[in-house]
Each structure stands twice: as structure tokens, then as C-alpha cells.
Design a protein around this ligand. Structure first.
Ligand code: SF4
Length: 391
């Protein structure tokens, strides 16, 4: 199948690039990291500063362009250069990442920036010569996979490297009417993406952008606009009349559900107790209100009392319910049942966290919290009659 694909790759590239010249998302307001300083698209032999591209590629790992853009702009204002990022405090980095989810990616960006600065030192005017240009070096950095590395290097240096993100996978699965979930046949999909680059390596930057733009604007997850597609004539899913059947999905598995009892603990000074998670895992390094999993048959007030005892060594009076928040991750669904609590005794200890702090409710906006906590904070502020804050 990949030989068959390679044989037609040159024609497909020509069709795709011709479409992209007219319909691609070549707008500096949409993808500022892809343009020269004067707002024009770079010629094939020109290089771009990889820093903004790298940040955008990592942000785009989990969300769409329109959502990423304001986060990227705020990030670039806070950390305009690799040096600024490498010198930043981890809390400041997590605050800028807040809302994008997968907070470990923010921490890995910081770690990678420090590695690059250490291994490729240069003056304040760092530009392209001081950046690694080979795939293996990028792959060795924290948080960089093959598609992200290919995206960075092809975008910045026009390196002839393929990408394979969700958009590209969907387009190729339909084009070839591939009968299995793409994640089970990653090597096949990489071969197809590479065949396109090999057919026109001098246009790698434009080609990868064109593939992503086609997936985002024409070959969309639902209701693809096949009548506007440059590949309609050679698309197996279109010919079969069933683009919506592709990519073939995995059989849905049961997602575990857990109830979490959460205590919003206030002391006599009106301060609220928060703790910082350990650095491992999805939400590593983020701040949260303390709590934990409800045991079978346990009343939620008992869960909260027990968790606060076990994790912070404090005694509390569990008072009224503040809010219940449902939150779905890809691998589990959580229900946070949140109660206001009055601190009775015990100096809070970080027995299961990095640190604990009493803070004024008005200061909560200075700490990075996971998305599920934004509604808890809003409910607390309303309960206390304080103005809401952006979280
Ligand atoms: Fe996607 Fe339709 Fe184009 Fe096939 S013809 S690649 S299904 S938009």
C-alpha cells in the first residue's frame, strides 16, 4: 500500500500545494509564528526563529489553532525569548499555561529551554545558528515527540521532515480508507506522510502546513467538505461514499468514574488552605484544594475529614456544601463534591504534596490551578461576596 501511495505522492503534492496557495491559512493574524517579521510568508530557503514555532507546536498538541492563539500571544509577552523562558520561575510558567491542560507540558517546555540554553549557549540575540537543527537532538528534549520535532524543524528551517498530528492522520485515513484505527498502524501512516515529503522535500514547510490546513478546514472531523478538496479525485473514502466512517475508531472502553471529596478550609483569619501537587502526573506542580477519593460506602463528609487528616494532618469541621463539579479527562471522569470546612487544629503538613499554604481568597489568582478548580474558586468568591477573578 505504501508503494502505491508513493507512486502517486508527487501528483498529490502538486494538487495540495496548488490548493493551499489559494485557500491555506496564510494569515499572520492566525499563525504569527510562521511569518517573517514583515508579515510575509518565508521563501523556501529562508529560516524562521524556532522559539515561537516550538511554543506553538507544543500548545497545538492538545488544542486547536483558534484556542491556542491568545495563549501563545500571552506566553510570548511574558517569555519573548528562549533566555526569558529559561530564566523563568516554574510557577510563572504554569500560570501562563493555565487553561491549556496537560500542565506537565508547560513544565517540560521550561526544562527543555534550560537544556537548550545550557548546551547551545549564545548571546541575547540568539537566532537560528544557535538552535539545534537535527531531529535526534530535538527528540532528546523533554516533551518533544516525532511529529512535534518534524513540525518545528520543517517550519523553522524547511527541513524535509514529516509530521503526523490528528489532522494529518484523519486526512490520510480517509484518503486511503484505512480499515483500522490509525494509532494501531502508526508506522504505515508515517510512511504515507514521509512519502509526501520525499516527493517534494524542498517544500516541506509549505507541505506540512498545507496538510494541517486541509485537515482543519476541509477534511474536518465531521461533515468534510469533499467538494472543496484537492484530493477528492483520488480519495478512497470519498469514492466509497463514506468519509465519516474514517478514521476507524477504537471500540470505546469504559472510563472509570470517581467521586472526590474536596475541602475548602478556612481559618479564623479568613484565609483558605491550598496545596501544591507533587511534580509527577498530568497535573503535577499545580495548586489545588485538598481532598481525595471517596471510599466505598463512605459519607462524603467523612472522606473529606479523613483525607485532610491523612494528607495534611489537620482536623476540620465539615460544614455546608459549596459546589459539585464534574470533570472528564480522557481516561477518567471525576465528580468533585466540595464542602466548606472550618479549621480546628493541627499545623498543616505537606504529607502528600510539595507544600501547603494559607492564602487570602483574593490571592488565589496568583496560583496555577487545574481547570476543574476554576468553578470552585468562583463559587467560593461568590459565597464570600468577593469579586470573581480570572482563573
Ligand atoms: Fe477528506 Fe473528502 Fe478530501 Fe477525502 S475527499 S480527503 S474525505 S475532504
Amino acid at each position: 500500500m505504501s508503494g502505491f501511495f508513493a507512486a502517486s505522492a508527487s501528483k498529490r503534492v502538486t494538487q495540495l500545494l496548488a490548493w493551499w496557495q489559494v485557500h491555506g491559512r496564510k494569515d499572520p493574524a492566525l499563525k504569527p509564528w510562521m511569518f517573517r517579521a514583515d508579515g510575509t510568508w518565508p521563501a523556501a530557503e529562508e529560516v524562521l526563529n524556532p522559539y515561537g514555532i516550538w511554543i506553538a507546536e507544543v500548545m497545538l498538541q492538545q488544542t486547536q489553532l483558534q484556542v491556542v492563539l491568545p495563549y501563545w500571544q500571552r506566553w510570548m509577552e511574558a517569555f519573548p525569548t528562549l533566555e526569558a523562558l529559561a530564566a523563568a520561575d516554574e510557577q510563572a510558567v504554569l500560570l501562563r499555561w493555565q487553561g491549556l491542560g496537560y500542565y506537565s507540558r508547560g513544565r517540560r517546555l521550561l526544562a527543555a529551554a534550560r537544556t537548550i540554553q545550557e548546551q547551545w549557549p549564545c548571546g541575547a540575540d540568539r537566532f537560528c545558528d544557535a538552535w539545534p537543527r537535527d531531529l535526534d537532538t530535538w527528540l532528546a528534549l523533554p516533551g518533544i515527540g516525532r511529529s512535534t520535532a518534524g513540525g518545528i524543524l520543517s517550519s523553522a528551517f524547511n527541513s524535509p521532515l514529516a509530521i503526523l498530528d490528528g489532522n494529518v492522520r484523519r486526512v490520510l485515513a480517509r484518503l486511503m480508507a484505512h480499515a483500522r484505527p490509525p494509532m494501531r498502524d502508526q508506522s504505515v501512516f508515517w510512511n504515507w506522510s514521509e512519502a509526501l515529503i520525499e516527493a517534494s522535500p524542498e517544500w516541506a514547510r509549505d507541505l506540512n502546513q498545507a496538510l494541517m490546513d486541509l485537515g482543519a478546514t476541509v477534511c474536518t472531523p465531521r461533515k468534510p467538505l469533499c467538494s472543496a478538496c484537492p484530493w477528492q479525485g483520488g480519495c478512497a473514502a470519498y469514492a466509497a461514499g463514506s468519509p465519516d466512517h474514517y478514521p476507524v475508531k477504537e471500540t470505546p472502553r469504559d472510563i472509570p468514574f470517581q467521586v472526590i471529596g474536596v475541602g475548602v478550609v478556612l481559618n479564623q483569619a479568613g484565609e483558605v488552605l491550598i496545596d501544591q501537587r507533587l511534580n509527577e502526573g498530568l497535573l503535577g506542580g499545580m495548586w489545588e484544594f485538598p481532598g481525595g477519593k471517596q471510599e466505598p460506602g463512605e459519607a462524603i463528609a467523612d472522606t473529606i475529614r479523613r483525607e485532610l487528616q491523612e494528607e495534611l494532618a489537620i482536623e476540620v469541621e465539615v460544614e455546608q456544601e459549596l459546589i459539585t463539579v464534574e470533570h472528564a479527562y480522557s481516561h477518567k471522569k471525576l465528580r468533585f463534591v466540595v464542602y466548606l470546612c472550618r479549621w480546628l487544629s493541627g499545623e498543616p503538613q505537606p504529607l502528600a504534596s510539595q507544600q501547603v499554604r494559607w492564602v487570602k481568597p483574593e490571592e488565589l489568582g496568583n496560583f496555577p490551578f487545574p481547570a476543574a478548580n476554576a468553578r470552585i474558586i468562583a463559587a467560593l468568591m461568590e459565597h464570600l461576596g468577593l469579586p470573581s477573578m480570572p482563573v
